[in-house]
Design a protein around this ligand. Structure first.
Ligand code: MG
Length: 382
């Protein structure tokens, strides 16, 4: 179902401690605001209107750069005024569903939004809410005055779903000195019926510094480590050098191949592609295509790394084993590690190059060809 997303990111978030407005601080390498925006877009938002303040506008634009279908509007001095500024900026019919979301709740998922939009069909608003689990105390001066029944009490979260015309009218009718603490309260006071959908602890609002530590763990739990392996072999032939792991080695033979025949980088490229289930080197660079004749294999490896990055992944470590009697690999090993680390933009400690022989046995033992094997570990979204 089509809907518009309205993200409130105008607050300073001072309770979250130093490090700037909380919605612009990073969780797992992405600003909190970007997590929210990506989730709304992934769920099918037609457009995102992001209410910002003068102080947060530039940083918010940076946080959202590269994403489609968003624009910022200047919010107001309070959350309610920021929401109203955002609602005024939406160009859609009165019946358009609007999901209003606090930017500081980064872990919303498509299923949350689908449930809200479904509930909105038969209500004036829909809100994700969790039953209160802790015992509630009323206290004063550090001493309990009473235990309050938690029966029927819920904690309201965001996003909250409304029809554009209805939420605009409700805000227009709000009067009184008090500030609404969420948007559903505004519709409630206007006489609207708010439906509850299942809340989620993951929809927690990042408020205090310790919330960010918990958010890092939650973000980490949404990622998995995958392993890929690659194998390649090339035949020895006439020549005076070989390319192995991106390093040129003088030798009394060459390796025969369509490109530079760097079996080390080819095996590693296949390992990276394998870790993310993205085909193999021959699919991405067909040997039948003349443009790869004699090509330097570092571009194959870089391409595989770029595919992983584009999918939101990150290379953790790579390990290459070269199998041959000659040339001797040991003297070139450090340079090979350094070259792979450079191509993949990895710390040297995450790159391993090893060599072995097959003690005269088989095609590598007879010196007919060289074999390379590689293993790559990659972290990707779940
Ligand atoms: Mg090859």
């Amino acid at each position: 179902m089509s809907f518009t997303g309205l993200i409130v990111a105008a607050g300073s978030g001072l309770r979250a401690g130093p490090g700037g407005p909380k919605t612009l601080r990073s969780v797992a390498g992405r600003p909190v605001l970007r997590w929210s925006a990506e989730a709304l877009l992934a769920a099918g938002a037609r457009e995102l209107v992001v209410a910002v303040s003068d102080e947060t506008r530039e940083a918010a634009k940076m946080a959202l750069s590269g994403l489609p279908r968003w624009r910022t509007v200047l919010g107001g001095a309070t959350r309610a005024l920021s929401v109203q500024a955002g609602l005024a900026a939406i160009d859609a019919p009165d019946t358009e569903p609007v999901l209003i979301h606090d930017a500081a709740r980064p872990f919303l998922e498509t299923r949350h939004m689908e449930a809200l939009l479904a509930s909105l069909q038969a209500a004036d608003g829909a809100v994700p809410a969790l039953p209160v689990a802790d015992t509630l105390k009323r206290a004063k001066g550090g001493a309990v005055q009473a235990t309050v029944s938690r029966d029927g009490l819920f904690r309201a979260q965001t996003p909250q779903a409304f029809r554009l015309g209805a939420i605009r009218r409700a805000y227009g009718a709000w009067s009184g000195p008090d500030e609404p603490t969420d948007d559903a309260a505004v519709v409630e006071r206007a006489g609207g019926r708010i439906a509850l959908t299942a809340g989620d602890p993951r929809l927690m609002k990042l408020t205090y510094p310790e919330d960010f530590a918990m958010a890092e763990q939650l973000a980490g739990a949404a990622r998995i480590v995958r392993v890929g392996q690659g194998i390649d072999a090339h035949r020895f032939g006439p020549g005076d050098r070989v390319w192995l792991c991106g390093v040129e080695i003088p030798h009394d033979q060459g390796l025969v191949g369509h490109s530079d025949a760097d079996a080390g980088l080819h095996a590693l490229t296949d390992a990276l592609l394998g870790a993310v289930g993205d085909g193999d080197i021959g699919q991405h660079f067909p040997p039948s295509d003349p443009q790869w004749r004699g090509a330097a294999s570092d571009r194959f490896l870089r391409h595989a790394a770029d595919r992983i990055t584009a999918g939101g992944g990150r290379i953790l470590a790579v390990d290459v084993t070269l199998v041959c009697e000659r040339p001797r690999i040991g003297p070139h090993r450090d340079e090979m590690r350094a070259r792979i680390a450079q191509i993949l933009e990895l710390p040297l400690a995450r790159v391993s190059v090893k060599a072995t022989t097959t003690e005269g046995m088989g095609f590598t033992g007879r010196g007919e060809g060289l074999l390379a094997q590689a293993v790559a570990t990659v972290e990707t979204p779940l």
